[in-house]
Design a protein around this ligand. Structure first.
Ligand SMILES: Cc1cc2nc3c(=O)[nH]c(=O)nc-3n(C[C@H](O)[C@H](O)[C@H](O)COP(=O)(O)OP(=O)(O)OC[C@H]3O[C@@H](n4cnc5c(N)ncnc54)[C@H](O)[C@@H]3O)c2cc1C
Length: 360
């Protein structure tokens, strides 16, 4: 029997890792990417690997917050409001998913997936010639109000039910762990398992690695449509000709639903806007990723649920994603002021589940 063949559509973290594992398993793989490898959501993210994030994106209370954010173009979760039945049907399903029972059912699955994912990153970090600043530093949520801190403690207890270890720190203890925190931070919760990496370094590095394994990585090749016969995809039509394989892996992120429309399939994915900011590291920068809790903390409809407003990643040298006003170093770095790196908007595919788990 000949080698099994696969075409992977999309050169983001999902596509490149899928191609890697298929090729390692002996498949003959071709990867097609319409632009450059890692030009989608996988480029502009914070690189956080967070098995502590067991809450699905569709968590209790998120629906109403999400609707408010939808009308604010500079919010962290902006979906352009428009007359589009697919969007409103997605929002309706998302609303149904924002229920405590659904969230509780999802949490052990998310936990298991994230822990398994982190194990794989540990293995990948040992690959020859692949360096992506993988660092198991832990992460921290910090609080500026006593009520927010109290909810953070409840949340940590809730996560503990799903096997997430954490350490609650009062203000002075939080500052001794993270000296960059301002004096008015009232407390923090440390999640020691969490890790981080430099996302573009990882995805581009692994893409070079799969090319060395013999996988053709066809950049500048856009998939236009899929042809099918019965329940099988028979051809992948691209701007550079038609391809065929035993298996097709669709990993085109926020654009996936438009590709399968040619098969009459509806994949309920809506693109939302996220943003990331990269600026040069200062001496007083935090040494591990952290997030602040947002103003709604303490008013959640579900005890223990907290909305994180800002996540901050960390780069090993030169540049770090921007921080917010909870650290001393942030005083000269507001949303646009004091920024000397690059700012980028990225499409974030939201499938009504949680944020992409391949990187977390
Ligand atoms: C601001 C921000 C911060 C984030 N922070 C984190 C984080 O800290 N941790 C975490 O785990 N996740 C984070 N995420 C989520 C994470 O970035 C995504 O879940 C992940 O990158 C999705 O990867 P992907 O491969 O599915 O999609 P993408 O990276 O978007 O890749 C899809 C690829 O498909 C290509 N493509 C599209 N259409 C076609 C076509 N027709 N033909 C060929 N190719 C096509 C695109 O060009 C693109 O390169 C963040 C997201 C955002 C926006």
């Amino acid at each position: 029997m000949g080698r099994r063949t696969a075409i992977v559509i999309g050169g983001g973290v999902i596509g490149v890792t899928s191609a890697y594992y298929l090729a390692s398993d002996g498949w003959a793989v071709t990867l097609v990417e319409r632009g450059e490898v890692c030009s989608g959501s996988s480029y502009g993210n914070a690189g956080l690997l967070v098995p502590s994030h067991v809450l699905p994106l569709a968590a209790p209370g998120v629906w109403w917050q999400g609707v408010k954010w939808m009308f604010k173009p500079d919010s962290p979760f902006y979906i352009q409001p428009r007359v589009d039945p697919a969007l409103w049907s997605w929002l309706w399903r998302f609303r149904a998913a924002c229920h405590p029972d659904r969230a509780r059912r999802a949490m052990p699955l998310i936990r298991e997936l994230s822990v398994a994912s982190l194990d794989l990153y540990r293995d990948l970090a040992k690959l020859d010639g692949l360096e992506f600043a993988f660092r198991e530093s832990g992460s921290m949520i910090v609080f500026l109000t006593a009520s927010g801190f109290e909810h953070g403690i409840q949340e940590a207890r809730l996560f503990g039910e799903f096997g997430v270890p954490s350490k609650v720190l009062d203000g002075p203890a939080a500052r001794s762990v993270e000296p960059a925190l301002r004096p008015d931070v009232v407390g923090g919760v440390l999640f020691p398992e969490d890790a981080l990496l430099v996302p573009d370094r990882f995805v581009k590095g692994l893409a070079r690695n799969i090319e060395a394994l013999g996988v053709p990585v066809r950049q500048g090749t856009e998939v236009l449509r899929l042809r099918s016969s019965g329940d099988r995809v028979t051809a992948v039509e691209t701007t550079r000709g038609s391809l065929a394989a035993d298996t097709v892996v669709l990993a085109a992120g926020a654009w996936s639903s438009s590709i399968v429309r040619s098969l009459g399939l509806r994949v309920p994915i809506q693109a939302a806007k996220g943003y990331s900011l990269t600026y040069r590291r200062r001496d007083a920068s935090p040494s591990r990723p952290w997030a602040t809790s947002c103003a709604s903390a303490g008013r959640s409809s579900w005890p223990g649920w907290i909305c994180r407003s800002t996540s901050v990643g960390w780069r090993p040298s030169g540049a770090a994603p921007a921080s917010t006003s909870s650290t001393r170093s942030a005083s000269s770095c507001s949303r646009s002021g004091g920024v000397c790196g690059r700012a980028r908007r990225t499409a974030c595919p939201c499938s009504g589940g949680r944020r992409g788990t391949a990187t977390s």
